[in-house]
Structures are given as C-alpha cells and as structure tokens.
Design a protein around this ligand. Structure first.
Ligand code: GAL
Length: 687
C-alpha cells in the first residue's frame, strides 16, 4: 500500500454483503443476487471458508461449483471480492498432515470442526495455502466480476497464540536470526533470573505450560513479536501470489482488527487497502459486563474505527453488523434496535469507510452461526432490516462522493507495537494503559474533539507528527522507549508541538528490562523532571490534584514527580505524598512537554485538551449534546458532517449555519431533533 491516498481504492461510497453460495441451493442464487442489487448491494464477498469446494481431495482441483455461481453473478452484474479459503483447512488435509494444526500451550492440537485451527509456520500448510491461492488467483483473477481479493479471514481472530511444533521451531529460528548467539539471547531474556540460562538452542521454546501460567516477560514480548511476524509473513505469502493475477485496479485486502499483529506493516507490505469487521452489538451481549457502559457501549466501536483509519486512512468494512450476534454456544445478544443498523453504518462511514459490506445476506440455517443474524431471516421474507437497508441505500446514493474524503481530527494519540505487546505481557502496564485508552477516548468523544492514532516506528505516521498537523500528541504510558522514539518525540516538541505523557513512562528498554536511570529514563531531559516515588492507588484511597481551579481525581497509579528543569503545574493531595508535584510543564525549543504523574481520566483529558488550546472542529457548525457523536470528512472543499445519536431517546442538536441534508437535499439550519438512534449527514462548503 504505497500510493499517495493510502488505501483509497473505492471511487464512490458503496455497499455490499457477505454471501455463501455453498450454504444455499442453486435455485436460491439468481433471486438472492437480484434482491441484493434491488436493495443497493452491488458487491459480494465469497469463498473464504469453501476450500473443499475447490480442492475436494488433495491435489484434485475443480472450479465447477464457483464457476457456475460466477455465471449468476455476471448475469446479475454483481461485483465480487474473492477470498482465499485458508482460514478453514479441509478434513483431508488435517487428517493427513496434523503438523498443520495449531495447538495449546500444553501441545494439544486443535481439531477440525471450528476454524482457524491451523498454524502459520508449518512448511506443509504454507505450501498448501500457496497452492490454493495460486489456483484461485490464476482462475478467478481475470474474471470481469472480480474487483478484489480477501486473504484468509480475520488473521489472528479466535486465537493469536500458536504452540505447534512448527511454531516452536520457527520461533527458535526467529531468535537465532535476531540474537545470533545464545549468550545474547540469555542477556535479552534476563535468564539469570530463576536459573533459565540456555546452553543449547533445542532448549528454547515459545511459552509452554508453567505454574500460574507465568512466562518470562522478555521471552513473552519476543514471542508476540514473532507471532506478528508469522501472521504478516503468511499474509505476504498469499499477497505475492495474488499480485501476479489481479487485474489492474483490483485490490488485495484482509479483514481485521486483531491483536499480536503489526497491522500497519501488514497493510504497507501486503495490501492495497485494509478492511475492518464491525460488530457493535457486542456491547449489548447478555454476558456483557455492566461496567462496560462507562466505555460508551456501541459508540466505542469508534475507537476500533479510529485504529482502522490509522492502518489505512481510507478503508472498508468487510463485515458490518446487520442482525443479532450469536453462535450456538456463546455470544448471545439482542437484535439491533430499529435504527441501529443505519447508526452503525454511519459510524463506519463517518470514520473513513468508503465501502460497507453487511454480514451476511441471510442468517445461516446450519452450523455454529445459526444465531449470527444476517439481513434476511431463515424464511427470506422482507423484514425491518431490509427496510432499513433501503433507507441506507438511498442515503448512500446521495453521498457517494464522500469516498476518499479525509476524517478531520484535532490531536494525536501515540502508540507503539512494542508497548502494546509489552502491556499484553505485563499486568502493571496493561492496567494503566487500558484505563487511559478508555478514558482518553471517552473524554475526547464527550467533548467532541476527534483524534487520530499514530504509531511510532511507522514511517508515514512519524512524518505526520508535526505541530502543524497535530498541535497536541498524547503518549499516555510509553513504558518502552528507544533512542529513535525519543528523537522523534523531541523533534516534534522542539518544532513547537505539545507532548503530554503520563505515569510509568520510560522505565523499560526494548527487551522489557527496567532501566537503571531515574524514570522516565530516556525521556528524563525531555520531561523536565523525574519520578521520586510511585504507587498503585486502591479505589478507596482518593488522591487528587488541583489544577486550573478544579480538583481532578488521580486514581489507579501515581508517579510522584520532582522538577528538573520543568515547572510544577499542580501537586498531589490526599496521601503521604500530598504537596509533591503531580503535573510538570517543560518548555523545550518552540514546544513543551506536559508530564502527568498519573493516568488520564476523561475529566483530565478534557482539561489537557483545553490547556493545550486544542479546539473542536465542529464548533462553528453545530452544537450537540455529549450523547451524540460528531464527525467531519473533507474533500476538495466539501465537508460532510455526521451527527450520530446512540441513545434510546431523542436528542436535539443546533446547526449553526445552513447545510444540505443528505437525505432530503433541503437546506436546513437551527434546531434538529434526532429520533432514538437517529443519524443525519449534512453537506457544507468550505471549512
Ligand atoms: C467474524 C467472521 C465471520 C463470522 C462473524 C460472526 O468474526 O469473520 O466469518 O464468523 O464473525 O461470528
């Protein structure tokens, strides 16, 4: 993915649907395709679990079934995203070659019957996968209906841990290449601790069964890096093949977004665009923790969409929720309420999706997903979801130019994969990170100040880290800091940016070892202060700080700071470190660093945004209650304003200037009442 407008492969905003010809009699196909088209669905995605239809026996290839289906597709003038079916190996394959299977930590293999039970590293599975990708690419690549390719399905979904023999062996090779010698590996993994010193490479494994499931944290960090490498390399294996066969203008993608995976690298090296599978109904699942409502329920899918936009500024939704969640053994959830399908579709488009494909055309009548509802129920009659789809179709047709328009954001949230994966392995890190990520999202959402996610060590992101583009960057808990990262952050500050960092910053190196300099380690001079003392804060222990005439809670974790070149903006109160600095400001070059000795609550996030002078891009256009999400997309002097009401009651917004309503085409201004789950899209010229 290297072109200028990263990921912009769709010229017009458009809709599609996931279809499984292998689940339905041929007599259904023509009628299904015709009804899809009538209802505005112009693209289908097919084939991702249908390996046995192409290769019923080892090496016996047949295209008969899908060729026949493609004739119907051509007849209906339907566009097709074809998939490689490697997420579900055939029974003959796993029977004959069990080394292709993934296993658990104890070495028990996952068996046929579910999906994603294969491993990325078995040479045999890679051979079979390459061959099926080659056969499908060659056969269907030239087909006029095919517009794109999906590799596999949801790499790293179901599990992102791999413990087959092939994985342990590949991990060893990965480490040999990385460290060159056992001495260096022993050093990097800190094996003097608990007598883990390795004297032979054959002693080295990925994590295995241990007491309390405790794993050497440095080994675990390398292991996650290795899983990511394996997934990217498996994707690359297939993309290189499809690249040979795709027609000019056709695209290669895969659907995410899953952990233990450098999605940016995968997109940059293997894909033309990225797609995301969006299922906001999970927020209302019967087993959902009631505490989760504090993270804004379905509205928090905007966090994942922000992350998808970070991978590919223009992306697609390969699977957009249309009916209720549910497998036969888990994930029960209520049906989306009338309006929520439109709401979730608009949420995706608001964040940068140029293509939205629903999951699935008709609810499956067989297998594990009989309760994962599609647009149609089993009986195929028109229903309220199809009626809602028609309203979506009509609106989309009036705003199709939005494709390629950029999401407008006001500040940046910094991440790095090493840190993300360190937090996976380290509960101290994870707890502060999870808290701040949730709260920064909520604070920004509720105050209507949109942000982008920028990754360190992703070149295109580091280039974008300029004060002109992002006046404020928040890097909540950059625990691992490298020299390169320090330099990137320092350059940004010296050029005039405001960098805000939180507790636990800079106390580890790239292997996850704690550093011996005072915290924040490499960022000490940048931060203008150090940490003198630190502690977890139990929920019943209230610590706080006074800043800008307000009192802010300082929950979860406190770093007690000491100024060294910076100046104290606020002090702690409420504990033995009351009166000691909680927030420092350090002027450096033309910019400054704000160093917070805590996590980011939503109130504090809003205060930091205000203090840094970050302004809402919506303020001249609309006034909205905090319950409504706002978003802008902009292209060639045109601006689309999205107003999304996630609540079960109506909400009123005030348009501050006349704008064209995308549904009616009428110019409107002043008060507008959005019904429960209601959404509006307005078009306006200029900024
Ligand atoms: C996705 C997956 C689909 C389907 C859906 C509902 O994760 O890609 O194939 O399984 O969830 O479970």
């Amino acid at each position: 993915m290297n072109h200028e407008q990263q990921g912009a492969v769709w010229k017009k905003l458009n809709l599609g649907v996931c279809y499984y010809p292998e689940h339905w009699p041929e007599s259904f196909w023509a009628g299904d395709l015709r009804r899809m088209k009538e209802n505005g669905l112009g693209t289908i995605r097919i084939g991702e679990f249908a390996w046995s239809r192409f290769e019923p026996e080892e090496g016996q290839f047949t295209f008969e079934f899908f060729d026949r289906f493609m004739e119907y597709a051509a007849e209906a003038d339907m566009k097709v995203i074809f998939c490689t079916p490697t997420a579900t190996p055939p029974a003959w394959l796993t029977q004959q070659y069990p080394e292709c299977l993934n296993g658990d930590k104890e070495g028990n293999l996952y068996r046929h019957g579910a999906r994603r039970h294969y491993n990325y590293n078995s040479p045999r599975y890679r051979e079979f996968s390459a061959r099926i990708a080659e056969m499908l690419g060659r056969h269907y690549g030239p087909h006029p209906c095919v517009i794109g390719w999906q590799i596999d399905n949801e790499l790293n979904c179901e599990t992102n841990e791999f413990y087959s023999d092939s994985d342990h062996q590949a991990f060893r090779r990965f480490l040999q290449e990385k460290y060159g010698s056992l001495d260096r590996l022993n050093e990097a993994w800190g094996t003097d601790f608990w007598n883990q010193t390795y004297t032979d490479w054959q002693q080295v494994y990925g994590p295995r069964k241990t007491i309390h499931d405790t794993v050497n944290p440095h080994q675990q960090l390398d292991y996650i890096r290795f899983v990511s490498e394996s997934a990217v390399s498996f994707c690359h294996l297939q993309s290189r093949i499809l690249e040979k066969y795709k027609k000019p203008g056709d695209f290669i993608t895969t659907n995410g977004l899953f952990g233990h995976m450098d999605n940016h690298r995968m997109a940059d090296e293997c894909l033309d665009t990225y797609t995301y599978d969006s299922y906001p109904d999970f927020a209302f699942a019967l087993d959902a923790d009631p505490v989760r409502s504090v993270d804004l329920n379905d509205r928090k899918w905007s966090r994942n969409l922000t992350e998808s936009r970070s991978v590919s500024p223009h992306f697609g939704i390969m699977e957009q929720q249309s009916g209720a969640n549910g497998w036969n053994n888990r994930m029960e959830a209520p049906a989306p309420k009338p309006g929520q399908m439109m709401l979730w579709t608009m949420q995706s488009i608001a964040h940068g999706a140029d293509y939205v494909s629903y999951f699935r055309w008709r609810t499956c009548r067989i297998g594990t997903e009989i309760y994962w509802h599609g647009l149609l129920d089993y009986d195929s009659r028109d229903n309220r979801r199809i009626e809602e789809l028609r309203r979506i179709r009509d609106r989309v047709s009036r705003m199709e130019d939005v494709a390629g328009a950029d999401y407008v954001s006001s500040f940046g949230l910094i991440k790095s994969y090493s840190n993300q994966w360190d937090a996976d392995a380290d509960i101290w890190h994870r707890r502060v990170d999870a808290f701040s990520e949730r709260e920064i999202f909520c604070g920004a959402q509720l105050s209507h100040i949109p942000y982008d996610v920028l990754y360190l060590n992703v070149e295109r992101h580091e280039k974008a880290m300029t004060p002109e583009r992002y006046p404020l960057l928040i890097y909540p808990h950059g625990t691992i800091v490298t020299d390169h990262e320090k330099q990137v952050l320092e350059d940004y500050v010296r050029a005039g940016g405001i960098l805000c960092i939180g507790c636990r910053t800079g106390y580890k190196n790239e292997y996850g070892h704690c550093v011996t300099e005072p915290m924040p380690g490499l960022l000490r001079e940048l931060a203008g202060g150090t940490v003198r003392d630190f502690t977890w804060v139990r929920p019943e222990e209230k610590t706080s700080m006074e800043w800008q005439g307000r009192t802010f809670d300082m929950p979860v974790f406190n770093d007690v700071l000491e100024a060294e070149g910076g100046r104290e903006l606020a002090a702690f109160s409420g504990s033995y470190y009351g009166g000691k600095p909680a927030l420092l400001e350090h002027i450096l070059g033309r910019g400054k660093v704000l160093y917070l000795g805590g996590v980011f609550t939503r109130q504090l996030t809003e205060a930091v945004l205000r203090y840094a002078g970050v302004v809402s891009p919506y303020s001249s256009l609309v006034q909205a209650p905090e319950d409504c999400e706002l978003a802008l997309r902009r292209k060639n002097g045109k601006t689309w304003l999205f107003v999304l009401n996630y609540m079960s009651g109506s909400r009123t917004v005030t348009l501050k200037r006349p704008m064209a309503d995308a549904d009616s085409g009428q110019t409107v201004s002043g008060e507008v009442v959005l019904e429960a789950y209601g959404t509006r899209v307005y078009l306006t010229d200029g900024e």
